[in-house]
Design a protein around this ligand. Structure first.
Ligand SMILES: CC(C)(COP(=O)(O)OP(=O)(O)OC[C@H]1O[C@@H](n2cnc3c(N)ncnc32)[C@H](O)[C@@H]1OP(=O)(O)O)[C@@H](O)C(=O)NCCC(=O)NCCS
Length: 217
């Protein structure tokens, strides 16, 4: 259980009192975010049958929702509470997201279990990970050491993306690949270590995907 010193409790009470006039706006924003997360998940999970089912059974969504709260606490100087919350979510869902990680909108983790997202990871909008993905570091130095995923990036199950490298818009990583170098926008990275295949100009992206069945589960 988290215990607060009197000074911490006073500060927390102060922040909550200051936030009170904004509560309806914050609640409306939270509901909008939950609904768009649900719709994005349904769009990407062929097994999903509806919002209620996804809200109840998707560990990936649960982990992301807890992360949004943990990240708020992290940014508002409540690091210990944020870490405890993130570890609680890890025990419940099998997804470990460091509360310092920056995650954009409509992020979905399918199946959940075994995902690790490091502290300095940055993830843009509309990204998706499958189970067993590690967005990890390759150095023990502090500072930016985890990957940056731009928008619309997909990482297949079991893949490791290691170090302060960038995966450009629309990049895709094949299942079980180990990515240690940047992936350009629109490219497909597969293998150990991963090599990038950039689609030819004018190439149908769906056709290009079919040549990489490791992307699909
Ligand atoms: C294997 C490892 C120790 C090598 O580190 P390094 O000595 O700094 O390696 P370099 O950057 O000099 O890379 C050497 C070569 O190995 C390749 N390489 C690096 N890591 C690799 C890996 N995990 N698998 C396959 N190849 C790898 C690089 O592409 C490079 O190939 P090249 O010479 O053809 O360009 C490191 O990349 C690694 O995987 N560390 C583990 C990190 C981890 O588990 N993090 C989890 C945090 S939660």
């Amino acid at each position: 259980m988290t215990t607060f010193t009197p000074d911490e409790a006073r500060r927390l009470r102060g922040s909550l009192t200051a936030a009170r006039p904004q509560l309806p706006r914050i609640a409306a924003k939270a509901v909008d975010m939950v609904l768009e997360d649900l719709d994005a998940a349904i769009e990407r999970d062929p097994a999903a049958t509806g919002r209620l089912q996804m809200a109840l059974v998707s560990p990936g969504l649960h982990a992301v929702w807890v992360h949004r709260l943990a990240n708020w606490l992290w940014r508002h100087d409540r690091q210990l509470t944020a870490r405890l919350l993130s570890q609680w979510a890890r025990a419940r869902t099998g997804v470990e997201i460091h509360p310092g990680a920056t995650i954009g909108r409509r992020f979905f983790i399918d199946h959940g279990m075994g995902v690790v997202i490091g502290e300095t990871t940055e993830i843009g909008d509309d990204c998706m990970l499958y189970n067993g993905v590690n967005l990890g570091g390759r150095t023990l130095n502090r500072g930016k050491r985890h990957p940056t995923l731009r928008n619309n990036v997909t990482v297949g199950c079991g893949a490791r993306v290691l170090g302060d490298i960038e995966l450009g818009d629309g990049a895709q990583v094949g299942a079980n690949s180990v990515v240690v170098k940047a992936v350009p926008a629109g490219a497909v990275a597969t293998g150990i270590p991963a090599t990038n295949r950039v689609p030819e100009p004018g190439e149908d992206p769906i056709e290009a995907l079919y040549r990489h069945p490791a992307i699909f589960i």
